[in-house]
Design a protein around this ligand. Structure first.
Ligand code: SAM
Length: 193
């Protein structure tokens, strides 16, 4: 298993709990502290390499931009954006890891239409991911981190739109999941509007 890219204070928690198959109240608490305090997904070397490979990239709904900041340090050309890069953000309440521009996702995609798009953990049952995919130009690539259709990220319109207008690119990047969560890394190329 490749190394998880987490701050030192979380290393112990992640390596012990992320592969555990059963829940306890404690797991939920640690997981939620991690998600709101650093990142909703657990970055790996292969995810960061993927972002580098598809640079230049604009990240939408970046939250605290933890993965984005690691990718930036490792040489990716990446801009992070979020609708609420401030203390009012109800999903993310830690330290911002790099500059996060205040931009709604459609505005971000349109302002940076010469970039591929990174979207991780778009809010559940919310049109944000669908509208982001719709705003992308044909030929651009979407790196998506989250659950598959019917899971707890994005909405049905997003997955239907991906199915109709994008083609999946096979990749070898992977991330771990918290127990009970089934997130993964997917790459799609937009082939029609
Ligand atoms: C669950 S968090 C995920 C944050 C980060 N991508 C991660 O994986 O840790 C969802 C983020 O999407 C942002 N967001 C929600 N609606 C948005 C929109 N319409 N445009 C841009 N960002 C949005 C929220 O402010 C929040 O930071």
């Amino acid at each position: 298993m490749e190394e998880f890219l987490v701050d030192d204070k979380w290393k112990d928690v992640i390596t012990r709990d992320v592969t555990r198959m059963s829940f306890s109240e404690l797991d939920w608490e640690k997981r939620d502290n991690f998600r709101t305090g650093i990142s909703w997904h657990i970055p790996t070397e292969s995810l960061v390499e993927l972002i580098k490979c598809y640079s230049p990239v604009v990240s939408v709904g970046a939250g605290l931009a933890y993965t984005e900041s690691i990718a930036l340090e490792k040489g990716a050309d990446i801009i992070a954006t979020d609708i609420s890069p401030d203390s009012l953000n109800k999903w993310c309440r830690g330290d911002y890891r790099m500059l996060v521009e205040r931009k709604e996702s459609v505005e971000a995609v349109k302002s940076y239409n010469d970039r591929n798009v990174f979207i991780a953990w778009p809010p559940y049952d919310n049109p944000m991911a669908f509208e982001t995919a719709k705003a992308m130009e044909v030929g651009r690539v979407l790196i998506y981190v989250g659950e598959s259709g019917g899971g707890c990220t994005g909405d049905g319109d997003f997955f239907n739109y991906l199915y109709e207008n994008f083609e999946e690119i096979e990749i070898s990047a992977a991330i771990p999941s918290w127990s009970g969560i089934y997130d993964n890394v997917y790459v799609y190329k937009k082939i029609k509007d």
